[in-house]
Design a protein around this ligand. Structure first.
Ligand code: COA
Length: 254
């Protein structure tokens, strides 16, 4: 079974992250599959909405930590970059459907969506600092814009989980929706989008996303620092501790 399931139905592309046994942690192959699915719709002018959701009991546990552990300083990660660009530059409205945990890029990708629905049990976390890493996906630019510097600093410098209620309060979510109705609410929103005139819909999104160049600049700057961070002793210690299910050695995490 593929770890990314895509389906086109009624002018809407659904992308399901489906690596349930690993909490939908994202591998390089999965990033590429999602990037390809989003890029491919350029060829299909009839698609007017994209839905992204997770299978099983969560949205996604973020980047696969084994992949992080293998990446060396200055290594290229074209698949991740490709996914990030595909979603950030996507002309079609994107709806995220979140339940359970949304870790790392599982939260930062939401900043590039247009509608974000989450169940009350959703937990968001930006754990980069606790992995010896730095923010990615332009979150160091977009989060202060959305939630203000003070909240962004708390989320990014402490790296502690926060609730759906807090995410909603600080502008990350469209709405909190009960688990038994979230799929229908997402489908209804997709249907409403599909019924809008194509030109107006795409141009409205494009006008709203006016700071694309700034976002690309920030993503590139973050990427350089992120790759440098991957090679540090602190990051390697955090990855090894996670993978071996042991506590972090504070001597190596400075
Ligand atoms: N990368 C690789 N494997 C991951 C993973 C990740 N990001 N997240 C979870 N997994 C794996 C676990 O190692 C475990 O594998 P195993 O069954 O072979 O031991 C399996 O998925 C289930 O995870 P587990 O930790 O047992 O589930 P949980 O419900 O107790 O906790 C999380 C879920 C998401 C809170 C926890 O797994 C976690 O913190 N993951 C790391 C998240 C992270 O830091 N991501 C990087 C973001 S930059």
């Amino acid at each position: 079974m593929s770890h990314i399931i895509t389906e086109v139905n009624n002018h809407c592309l659904s992308i399901v992250i489906n690596r349930v046994e690993k909490k939908n942690a994202l591998t390089r192959e999965m990033y590429q599959a999602m990037a390809d699915a989003i890029f491919d719709i350029k060829e299909d002018k009839t698609i007017k909405a994209i839905i992204i959701k997770g299978a099983g009991d969560c949205f996604t546990a973020g980047n696969d930590i084994s992949d992080f552990a293998e990446q060396q300083e200055n290594a290229h990660v074209p698949e991740t970059a490709s996914f990030m660009r595909a979603l950030a530059e996507c002309k079609v409205p994107v709806i995220a459907q979140v339940h359970g945990v949304a870790v790392g890029i599982g939260t930062t990708l939401l900043l590039h969506c247009d509608f974000v629905y989450a169940t009350p049990d959703s937990r968001f976390v930006l754990p980069f600092i606790n992995l010896g890493l730095v923010p990615e996906y332009a979150s160091s630019y977009l989060l202060p814009k959305v939630a203000g510097h003070i909240k962004a600093a708390e989320w990014l410098m402490l790296g502690e989980p926060f609730s759906a209620e807090e995410a909603y309060q600080f502008g990350l979510l469209t709405k909190i929706v009960d688990a038994n109705s979230i799929s229908q609410v997402v489908k209804d929103t997709a249907q409403k989008l599909v019924e809008k005139p194509t030109f107006s819909l795409m141009q409205t999104k494009s006008l709203l996303k006016g700071d694309g160049e700034r976002i690309t600049l920030q993503m590139n700057e973050e990427f350089d620092i992120f790759l440098e961070a991957l090679g540090t002793t602190a990051a390697q210690e955090a990855f090894d501790a996670f993978l071996k299910k042991r506590p972090i050695n504070p001597e190596k995490f400075r």
